[in-house]
Design a binder for this molecule. Sequence first.
Ligand SMILES: Cc1cc2nc3c(=O)[nH]c(=O)nc-3n(C[C@H](O)[C@H](O)[C@H](O)COP(=O)(O)O)c2cc1C
Length: 306
Amino acid sequence: MSDHLSRNSHVATVAAFGQQHTSVSMYSATTVVRAPESVVRGRWNPAVDGFVGEDLLLNHRRSGRDLGMQLGVSRFYGHDAVLSSAHSDLQERLDGAIALPAHRRLRSGLTATVAARRSGRQFSGKPASVEELATVLWHAQGVSGSLPVPTAQDGDAAVALRNAPSGGGLYPVRLAVLAQHVRGMAPGAYEYQPHSHTLFPYQTVRPVELSRQLWTADVELDKVAFALVYVYDLYVNSQKYGDSGLVFALIEVGGISQNVHLARTSLGMIGCDQGGYDKQTLEKTLGCDGTSRHVVHLTLLGHGEA
Ligand SMILES: Cc1cc2nc3c(=O)[nH]c(=O)nc-3n(C[C@H](O)[C@H](O)[C@H](O)COP(=O)(O)O)c2cc1C
């Protein structure tokens, strides 16, 4: 194996790319000793001709009786934790935010839309409208309900519920928009703020063109209208769920992304998920530290050839 790697250096590059998510761990910021969960299979070590960490992982199981897990969950029923969830709308920045138009009410049948959803890669360069962008974002993450959580301090406290499910209603996944061709909107990077249904511009000094953020052989990136980038803030849910937080977040990304694809299918738009983005480059563009805030997925959207 070591010989093979030294003769075929591209295999090592592909292997490193495949492991770019292995550092998503709640421990990476706080300790140099990595918990087994963050190691996953570990990196290939030519010296031992095996994956470092794999043996440890195979011999390690988290128990449901783990004290840290129990403390984390019980702590979340405390007043302060309930109130911070109930008032998460206060975390949105409204000064300088761009108001989005209301979402379009989509009328295509669910069965027809689910069956018609296909990944599309032949983007035409036709711009999307702001209403189309707003409709995709609202179906992905928009606020559509409310769960009362009255406390002694605030009898009216309620958690705003969104269109995709989230463990504990904590919503640790945010959506960033990399806009290239959206009519009436300056190209740039924005964060979707679901409570106010607004976009807040990122103060990035880096160019946001998609051709600088990812590489693909199948898509002409300059013809994509906009990309959605899924950003996971692991402290938002791992404070409650410990190591399960990452698993929950990835499940939530799947729910949000399915809503994105069904909404864009109903709007007559094409789109394609991309696993081949450069995690570090995107994180620099979006100001994520890659330690507590991670890019975990990316979807391209736009219009196809008529
Ligand atoms: C997590 C994920 C990553 C993907 N990455 C890519 C990609 O990098 N390039 C690509 O062309 N398609 C990508 N796809 C799309 C799949 O190739 C596509 O969903 C699959 O071929 C099934 O086709 P369908 O979506 O048209 O039903 C990805 C899909 C998912 C869910």
